[in-house]
Design a protein around this ligand. Structure first.
Ligand code: COA
Length: 260
């Protein structure tokens, strides 16, 4: 089985590049399994405080789920594809303890844009193109796109993109709030690493609590305010809280111990 990933560690930053250039990094079962494993490894690694996810090459972040792989599927297999993928990869990214930055270096289409949207932040190269073209295949997005796109850009704009299947460029994505920042392609990884470094200096315990509280607000089964109150209170018992407040009072930089 080919792995199709390039994995690198740069101090506290874990970098994963999806590397299947002949198919524009399209997500097949092997890529999803490998990505899921790599993300889990980084979640469990106490030294990795931020993950950057990108595509190898200059053309594509990920051009979608692998159309050839599912073209003969029936309804039950289609449903299993979506539910397994959401559980194994997309939710794992969104709900894990480690913040994930998507560095969108080219086409982010269908499952590729859904993958970027499951990440906590998105930076895009000025040449990137994004869209959810599933309706052109007689499908709808199945990796959370109908939920996360409206959360990020509002229902009207999300409906327009989902119903028309049209692609938008990086600048429009920035205006819509779909990406946090647009930079030249050559500066994409250095910008993502600069952001990752800032995040890596903060309390990892607090950041994972923030991920949980923010996500709770988008989960209809939870009360986000209550989750926030509980997580806020719990942090008063954490070594990072002692270190952070002591460092402030001693007028020095905090040195947080690492992820749990
Ligand atoms: N699934 C499977 N293979 C894909 C793919 C996908 N989502 N996206 C691209 N590829 C493959 C192409 O089939 C082609 O393979 P081949 O050389 O063996 O024929 C290769 O990647 C290069 O793509 P190509 O279409 O030749 O590049 P292009 O520059 O002409 O067009 C895109 C680029 C992104 C516009 C076009 O590839 C495309 O529309 N891809 C599908 C996007 C999509 O619908 N994604 C949602 C899937 S749910």
């Amino acid at each position: 089985m080919e792995n199709h990933l390039i994995i690198e560690k740069k101090e506290a930053i874990g970098i994963i590049a999806i590397d299947r250039p002949s198919k524009l990094n399209a997500l097949n079962a092997e890529v999803i399994e490998a990505l899921s494993g790599a993300i889990k490894d980084f979640h469990y690694n106490p030294n990795i405080r931020v993950i950057i996810l990108t595509g190898s090459g200059e053309k594509a972040f990920v051009a979608g789920a692998d159309i050839a792989a599912f073209s003969k599927f029936g309804p039950a297999e289609g449903q299993a594809l979506a539910s397994q993928g959401q559980l194994d990869l997309f939710n794992l990214i969104e709900q894990g303890p480690t913040p994930v930055i998507a560095a969108i270096n080219g086409y982010a289409l269908g499952g590729g844009l859904e993958l970027a949207m499951a990440c906590h932040m998105r930076l895009a190269a000025s040449t990137a193109k994004m869209g959810l073209p599933e309706v052109s295949l007689g499908l709808i997005p199945g990796y959370g796109g109908t939920q996360r796109l409206p959360q990020l850009i509002g229902k009207g704009r999300a409906n327009e993109l989902i119903f028309s299947g049209q692609m938008i460029g990086a600048q429009t994505a920035l205006e819509y709030g779909l990406v946090n920042k647009v930079v030249a392609l050559e500066e994409l990884m250095s910008s993502a690493e600069a952001l990752a470094l800032k995040i890596a200096q903060q309390s990892p315990t607090a950041i994972s609590a923030a991920i949980e509280a923010v996500n709770a607000g988008f989960d209809p089964t939870q009360n986000g305010y209550e989750v926030e109150i509980k997580a806020f209170g719990n942090l008063f018992g954490s070594p990072d809280f002692i270190e952070g407040t002591t460092a402030f009072l001693e007028k020095r930089k905090a040195n947080f111990s690492g992820k749990k």
